[in-house]
Design a protein around this ligand. Structure first.
Ligand code: SF4
Length: 413
């Protein structure tokens, strides 16, 4: 039977009311790129990300001004109806910031700790334990997020030396992966020794190479039952970042690995930060893990259809659905399961349209200028004329009202 492997069993973690792991649906998260000290800009971007569907939002907490801003950011969001959990991203001085800003420690729903830069040698233990003690005090979960760009050098050097002295040395890349995994697992064990429950710990081991990411998470997943956050770090811009992240995360999700995902895209200058949320949702929806938006199936077009009518209609319909979804989610429960087909000619048009809730097969070059419309597999109308697109949009709206509106009549009624 087609389908993913059974989900890996993980210990569920409650992140400000959003369950991560423990059998919960895979959670979509994102991160702001505003200066957190700029409260207006950060509140605005968190709202945009939350509206786009980000279920958890991470913000940078890099200095006193950022830490001081966090409580107001949280309060403003809550006052406007956005109770999305905020995660603080800490590096180098997280122990100090959380100690000096207790209101920040309280306002955040989770702390992200990078074990590669919580201090070095003797300081590491005290700084790490300070972070865990504060998390325990405020009953907050943590993500122990290892990143190969800031890997624990002491641990890596030790493993490299051991490997060099070994009778059967493994590759340098494999040693590096082992260091990443050990860094995460040793830190998690230390957190448990400091009294943190397993239900408060999420792990991530991010690298920027697709094959290494898959290998490192497969190994990590087999060696623990902590909830896992997946992400390909430094995935890049545009289609390169989307493809690389989707390939890596898609394979891991198919293998049952991963409880929450972030797609780390580099936006174009002035670009839309919410793209990373849309890509994460589309990945989960395409693979059948979750349903966020109605699906529009459209053929790619070819030499059989020289008009752009169907491309324009497909885009119009998709845009209309995307724009309407925030309101429709309230008004039409279940509308995210809707499927619409917009096809370019008779070859696959009627067949594909029959599989959708509502579908239209536009006339290809040389075909009779008529567009049959199918509803729940049955042909219900043939549209003609220059305003076929508008007629179809009205039919889609009627279908949504009938199927998902208060009356919820079936198409046959
Ligand atoms: S449905 Fe028709 S127009 Fe669309 S790709 Fe197939 S053959 Fe070409």
């Amino acid at each position: 039977m087609a389908g993913p492997a059974e989900r890996r069993q993980s210990v569920g973690v409650d992140v400000g009311g959003v369950m991560v792991g423990g059998g919960a649906p895979v959670v979509v998260q994102s991160m702001t790129n505003t200066d957190t000290a700029d409260i207006d800009a950060t509140v605005k971007q968190v709202m945009q990300l939350a509206r786009a569907g980000s279920e958890i939002v991470r913000i940078t907490v890099d200095r006193d001004e950022s830490a001081a801003a966090v409580p107001e950011i949280r309060d403003r969001l809550v006052s406007m109806g956005y109770d999305v959990p905020l995660v603080g991203d800490f590096h180098y001085i997280g122990h100090k910031l959380l100690t000096d800003h207790p209101a920040c420690a309280e306002a955040l729903a989770k702390y992200r700790i990078n074990p590669g830069n919580v201090g070095f040698k003797a300081k590491r233990d005290t700084q790490f334990s300070t972070l865990i003690d504060i998390a325990n005090k405020y009953d907050k979960p943590v993500r122990i997020g290892v990143n190969w760009g800031s890997l624990d050098e002491e641990l890596l050097t030790k493993l490299m030396d051991e490997n060099a002295a070994s009778a059967a040395p493994i590759s340098a890349a494999a040693v590096q992966r082992e260091a990443i995994i050990q860094s995460a697992l040793l830190s998690a064990r230390r957190a448990e020794e400091l009294g943190m429950g397993r239900d408060k710990i999420i792990l991530s081991t991010k690298v920027s190479d697709v094959q290494h990411l898959i290998a490192v998470y497969q190994d990590l997943a087999a060696r623990c039952d902590y909830a896992l956050h997946l992400g390909l770090t430094e995935a890049g811009m545009g289609s390169k970042g989307i493809v690389a992240s989707s390939a890596a995360l898609g394979i891991l999700l198919q293998q049952g690995i991963g409880d929450t995902i972030r797609i780390s895209l580099t936006p174009e200058p002035g670009g839309d930060r919410t793209t990373e949320v849309k890509v994460a949702q589309e990945l989960l929806q395409t693979m059948g893990f979750r349903q966020f938006l109605p699906v529009v199936a459209a053929c790619p077009g070819c030499g059989r259809t020289t008009s752009t009518t169907f491309q324009t209609l497909a885009k119009d319909i998709q845009d209309h659905l995307n724009i309407s979804m925030p309101e429709w989610r309230e008004r039409y429960p279940g509308v995210e399961t809707l499927s619409v087909a917009v096809m370019g000619c008779i070859v696959n048009g009627p067949g594909e349209s029959k599989h959708a809730n509502i579908g239209i097969s536009l006339p290809g070059t040389g075909e009779t200028p008529a567009a049959p419309v199918f509803v729940d597999g049955e042909k219900v109308a043939t549209l003609r004329g220059a305003d076929v697109a508008d007629q179809f949009k009205v039919m889609v709206a009627d279908y949504i009202e009938r199927k998902f509106g208060a009356g919820q009549k079936t198409a046959a009624e």
